[in-house]
Structure formats: structure tokens, C-alpha cells
Design a protein around this ligand. Structure first.
Ligand SMILES: *Cc1c(COP(=O)(O)O)cnc(C)c1O
Length: 380
């Protein structure tokens, strides 16, 4: 079906001399918003996969498969929201290039939406980003501006913005670009999908914090819906979020780097809302990576490292529930596809080079799944 460009509300011939007409630019904004609305209408919701683990009778686990978006990660939702937010704020004009700092998943989704809208897009990324992610951005027509020092990505994106690009600014805007009261945000989607399940109000929802947008949206929505569900942020050991949460300190920095992409930020990002989070669980990188193998066995599909981090935190919370004799459900996210990490997390030589030994963790996690015991602190 052909669709018509939105019509101007009045004919310029009858315009009083002192009123400026809606210009071409505004008509383009309408066309662009229309394109985003139609993309959303064509999209299906992501699956909420259910698994039961032998050691955890009475506790149902659900995983929201955000890898099944067209761009392979939960950042598909964010990218759509960021473009919409830039357009509705009058910050993005016809023909204007776009830019963002990203560890990869957001860049892939933003490049995808830039192509949809006929815009140029540049991703500013750390040079160490998984090569498959860089190739994915380029395949979508995006440009990659790689910086050696990961702490310089924000400054570099600001430089592009100073030269005329629209800064989509995932780290500055994720939390407000997402409509937290609903509009099919991830929290509304999860709770809708749980509606007919035995434990429709989960005991816990578990997610990581990259921009902090997902945790902010879920935390706000749980309150808005007046649910008893608690929110747990699962993070790599020693991340800025871990330290910041402890003392509500927005100046906290990570005490160690992480190999898990998408989460474990080196600094407290502007969209981290500590007040809506009930618990933070720290997960060592080796445990997160080993847990992606457990997920592969349980779901017959490979997911990225942050999904493994979530899984370990789910087991930890489930073991605590089991020890207290509680039943209920725990929901978490499968954040992105494992294929992206074939040359990193899933390459044994790469792991050896980064001094990661997953074997003890794999055996330990298998044990926890069988026996219903807590995975942390785990093997040294
Ligand atoms: C961004 C990201 C996260 C964290 O989500 P936020 O909403 O940005 O906090 C987790 N995992 C992956 C793979 C991501 O790309």
C-alpha cells in the first residue's frame, strides 16, 4: 500500500505575513516519525522463554529473548526511542548526520534505523569492540570511528555533534527517551506476557546496566503498576554501578575492567537511577561467560556475555528463595546474540589470552542448577 506524506495543515497562500509556515523540515520530521511508527507496527514482540531447573522446584524462570529483534539486541527498542525522541524534540533535521558513542549493540541498531530514515550515522566505539559488531555497523551503511582509549568515546561523539551531527546520546537520554508508563516498553511487555502464568507477578526481575535505561524503565513501571516485584541489577564485579549503588555516589568509578560488553560501565552514567533498584549482584567475568554455555545447553542457542551475567544473578536469587522455602517466578533478559562474540568470548584462544578459565565455573554452575544451591562467590 502506498502511503501519503502528511499534508500541511494550511495552505501557504492564506498565511498571514507575520506567521511562518510549517517548513519542509517539519514535513520531513512527520515523514520520519511515520516511518518509525510503521516499523513498530511491522515488528512482533520478543519471546518470553520459560525454563525450569531441576534444583529449583517451585521456581519458574523466564527469559525475554531480546536477541530476536531485527538488529539482534535489546538496543533495537532503545534506538527506535532515541530517534523518535530526537525528532520530537526538533533536534534531528532532514539530511542531518547522526552520531553516538556505543560499545556496539546500540550502534548496530542506530545504523539500522538511520538506513530506514535515509540518514548518515557514525558510531564512536572503543577500538577493542568485537570485530563482528564493527562489521555489522558497516554492513548497514554506518561509519565506525574507533578510539583507542574507551574513556574518550563521549568526547569524540561530542566533537562530531559540534560539527553538525545530531548526537543521539544513548548514555545521556536512554532513561527519558523510553516511555516508562507503557507504550509497549520492555516492562509492560514482560508483565503482559506473564499474565496467565502461575506466578504472574514475579518475585524478581533481573537486568544489567549499560546506559541504565532498561533498569530505570523496569523500576519505574513496577511502581507505576503497584507491583511487589523487586528489581535486581546484575553487574560485572567492581563496575561503577556496583560502587555507585552502595553509596548512592554518582562520581563512582569501576575498580576493575570487564570483558562483558554492554554492561559494567567504567563510570556512573547519567541514566543510572539507583532509587528504583532493590539489589545489585556482582558476577565475575568467568562466571558470566561460563553461564552463556549453560544457557546454550538450556535454550539451544548462544547469547552474549551479559545474558550470562543475568543468569548467574537469577540462580543466586533463586537459591535464596529456595532456602527461605519460597515459590515464585524470576524474569530476566537475553540481551544479545552470541554469534557476535565468536572471535572473543567463544574463542578459547581469546579467553586464554585474557586469562579466563571458565572450566571450574562451568562445573560449578551445572552443580548449582542440579542442586538448587547459590553460585556465588564460587570457585576462586
Ligand atoms: C546495553 C546492553 C545492556 C544493558 O542495557 P541498558 O538498558 O543500556 O542498561 C545489556 N546487555 C547488552 C548486550 C547491551 O548491549
Amino acid at each position: 500500500m502506498r502511503w501519503a506524506a502528511p499534508r500541511l495543515p494550511y495552505d501557504s497562500r492564506f498565511r498571514p505575513a507575520n506567521v511562518t509556515a510549517m517548513n519542509d523540515d517539519r514535513a520531513w520530521v512527520h515523514t520520519a516519525i511515520d516511518a518509525l511508527a510503521r516499523e513498530a507496527a511491522r515488528s512482533a514482540d520478543t519471546h518470553l522463554l520459560k525454563i525450569n531447573l531441576p534444583g529449583f522446584a517451585g521456581i519458574d524462570f523466564y527469559f525475554k529473548d531480546e536477541a530476536s529483534h531485527p538488529t539482534g539486541s535489546l538496543k533495537h527498542r532503545l534506538a527506535r526511542s532515541l530517534y523518535l525522541y530526537a525528532l520530537c524534540n526538533g533536534r534531528l533535521r532532514k539530511g542531518q548526520p547522526t552520531v553516538d558513542a556505543s560499545s556496539g549493540s546500540t550502534a548496530i541498531a542506530e545504523a539500522w534505523f538511520a538506513r530506514l530514515l535515509g540518514l548518515r550515522f557514525t558510531a564512536v566505539m572503543p577500538a577493542a569492540t568485537a570485530p563482528a559488531k564493527i562489521r555489522a555497523v558497516e554492513a548497514l551503511g554506518g561509519a565506525c570511528d574507533l578510539v583507542e582509549d574507551p574513556s574518550q568515546v563521549h568526547a569524540r561523539a561530542a566533537w562530531h555533534a559540534a560539527n553538525g551531527a545530531c548526537h543521539l546520546d544513548q548514555f545521556g537520554l536512554a532513561e527519558r527517551a523510553t516511555d516508562w508508563r507503557g507504550n509497549n516498553n520492555i516492562a509492560e511487555s514482560i508483565l503482559g506476557q506473564l499474565e496467565h502464568e502461575p506466578h504472574a507477578q514475579p518475585a524478581w526481575i533481573v537486568c544489567g546496566a549499560g546506559t541504565g535505561g532498561t533498569s530505570a524503565t523496569i523500576g519505574r513501571y513496577l511502581r507505576y503498576r503497584r507491583l511487589p516485584t523487586q528489581l535486581c541489577v546484575a553487574e560485572p564485579s567492581g563496575s561503577a554501578y556496583v560502587h555507585g549503588f552502595r553509596n548512592r555516589d554518582a562520581r563512582a568509578c569501576a575498580s576493575q575492567p570487564t570483558l562483558i560488553e554492554g554492561i559494567g560501565r567504567p563510570r556512573v552514567e547519567p541514566c543510572f537511577l539507583f532509587d528504583v533498584v532493590d539489589a545489585v549482584i556482582e558476577v565475575p567475568d568467568a562466571a558470566s561467560i561460563a553461564a552463556t554455555w549453560s544457557l546454550d545447553e538450556l535454550l539451544a542457542r548462544r547469547y552474549g556475555g551479559s545474558s550470562g551475567t543475568n543468569f548467574v544473578a537469577c540462580l543466586e536469587l533463586a537459591a535464596q528463595m529456595r532456602a527461605r522455602g519460597e515459590r515464585g517466578s524470576i524474569v530476566s533478559l537475553l540481551c544479545d546474540r552470541g554469534e557476535r562474540y565468536a572471535e572473543t568470548l567463544f574463542d578459547p584462544d581469546w579467553l586464554t589470552a585474557h586469562r579466563i578459565d571458565c572450566k571450574p565455573w562451568r562445573a560449578h554452575l551445572d552443580d548449582c542448577v542440579r542442586s538448587g544451591t547459590a553460585p556465588l562467590p564460587g570457585p576462586a
